[in-house]
Design a protein around this ligand. Sequence first.
Ligand code: AMP
Length: 284
Amino acid sequence: MDILKTKSEMQEWSRNKKKGSKTICFVPTMGYLHQGHISLMEKGKPLCDELVISIFVNPTQFGPNEDLDAYPSDIENDLALARKAGVTAVFLPDKKSIYPENFQTEIKLQYLPKFLCGKFRPVHFAGVAIVVTKLFNIVMPDIAIFGQKDYQQLQIIRQLILDLDFDIKIVAGDIIREKDGLAMSSRNAYLSNTQRVSALSLSKSLNLAKKLIARGEKNPVVIKNQIETFIGTFPETNIEYVSFCNPKTLEDIDQIENQVLLAIAVKLGKTRLIDNALIDHPSQ
Ligand code: AMP
């Protein structure tokens, strides 16, 4: 497994592979890898000749009062897990390599960031858009894999690919969960014991909604109220949003027909957790 620390090393590596007609699959991450990340690598492994991951905690996607400085890291363990997953190259840049002095370009999507997490994290998706664009230009993949766990991010990247004419196929990976239902996240490491129990309120809410929808409930407000009451019974929970929306546009819906996206964000102390599910109405 090759470890590449600068843009030019990574670009040269990818150019050489392409000269040899090798295809490249890419999984961008912020490290502190868990089974959710590994599942994306396992999904990508059979799709291409080369499997590249990046580990980069991107400062531009964190707001001023967010957890950039506290973000967990264990590079040695990450490299061991990547090796085991069959990764052929890890791109491990430092901040200066990605954002040299006088860096000044912004990428702003008009609509998708207006909803869900974007309402609460105003700089987040512009940061994601710029770093993913740069990583695509540096790694030059044929396929890139992103998790449905960050559903809004996935939609934004799909849009970015269309709008900026990247010749890259986007593949989505399912949400990987702990045995008790909690969606895996590097941020779960921040949770106290009490918060870890309260964290289950997200996945349990998704199950509650699935049950109500399966019974024929079509009114998102009715389900939303039940979910908000339910989450409120768990200690230290502070709901940011519970949103039923159109899976493509992310706009709120007022009637559950066809497939809906239910997305939830809850703060547990300082830790912000998100989860979501695509739910089909039984009339489909
Ligand atoms: P991160 O390191 O949190 O930026 O995540 C890197 C990639 O892993 C993103 O595409 C995430 O959507 C994906 N990911 C994070 N958690 C999970 C999970 N529990 N299941 C599947 N994919 C995940």
